[in-house]
Ligand binder design. Structure first.
Ligand code: S5P
Length: 263
């Protein structure tokens, strides 16, 4: 069952700083849209982020695809974050043992923990991955999502694997704030709450030729009980007016949420 609670009412369900901030932001900005900005140059990235900024709650990055990544990119990203009031989610998909991911999260050239409010990890290696990331991120007020399901065709993250991801999250509620999944994974319960973010959202096409599978905001938010729609090429793809499309997805996501509350 989808949650009937407003985003703002769910803040108290979380001790995690990033989760509390995100739910408050969604409530007051009235958007459950996350932009997945997978472009490969700083210039394109910053231009699109500036145009879409007013309509999103969360900007999802893949900083390792930028050909000209540098510290200036991070400074400009932070400026946009303040200007438009969105949070940042580095979609790093950590997948190694705790000791390794700890370094990957805080060190190297990207120093993800310094600027990303939220990041994510595959539960595949077991609890150590969460413990390692938590050692770095919790004191900084960061939050983690576990990839409990994937939107791509043939994904192996199903059934018992997905259930094990939920159990893992339950053991680390201070740091794991939710899931990447196509649907709400736990039944409504006043005592526990997780934020579900769903990628593979598009209004115009159903696939991308490389295994991605698209569903509509209505399907994801209203019918499947997810909380945040993650949209990429549907907004910045070729011939798209970024501001117009961002507004269109923002409106569709919010309408589906309002319908869910009213149902
Ligand atoms: O299962 C997943 C998980 C993620 S995080 N499927 C996904 O597509 N993603 C990410 O969402 C993917 O890495 C990409 O950044 C975004 C979808 O982009 P789009 O252009 O297909 O909307």
């Amino acid at each position: 069952m989808a949650s009937k609670k407003k985003y703002g009412e769910r803040v108290e369900n979380f001790s995690n700083k990033a989760a509390r901030e995100l739910l408050s932001l969604i409530e007051h900005k009235k958007t459950n849209l996350s932009l997945a900005l997978d472009v490969t140059t700083k210039r394109e990235f910053l231009e699109i982020a500036d145009k879409a900024g007013p309509y999103i709650c969360l900007l999802k990055t893949h900083v390792d695809i930028l050909v000209d990544f540098d510290q200036d990119f991070i400074e400009q990203l932070k400026e946009l974050r303040t200007k438009h009031e969105f949070m940042i989610f580095e979609d790093r998909k950590f997948a190694d043992i705790g000791n390794t991911v700890k370094h990957q999260y805080s060190k190297g050239i990207y120093k993800i923990s310094e600027w990303a409010d939220i990041t994510n990890a595959h539960p595949l290696p077991g609890d150590g991955i969460v413990s390692g990331l938590k050692e770095v991120g919790l004191v900084l007020g960061r939050g983690l999502l576990l990839l409990a399901e994937m939107s791509s065709k043939g994904s192996l993250a199903t059934g018992a694997y997905t259930e094990a991801a939920v159990e893992m999250a339950r053991r680390h509620k201070d740091f794991v704030v939710g899931f990447i999944a196509g649907r709400k994974l736990i039944s409504d319960d006043d005592k526990e709450d997780f934020i579900v973010m769903s990628p593979g959202v598009g209004l115009d096409v159903s696939t991308d030729g490389l295994g991605q599978q698209y569903r509509t905001p209505r399907n994801v938010i209203l019918e499947s009980g997810s909380d945040i729609i993650i949209v990429g090429r549907g907004i910045y793809g070729s011939d798209k007016d970024v501001a117009v499309e961002a507004q269109r997805y923002r409106d569709a996501g919010w309408k589906a949420y309002l319908e869910r509350l009213a149902n």
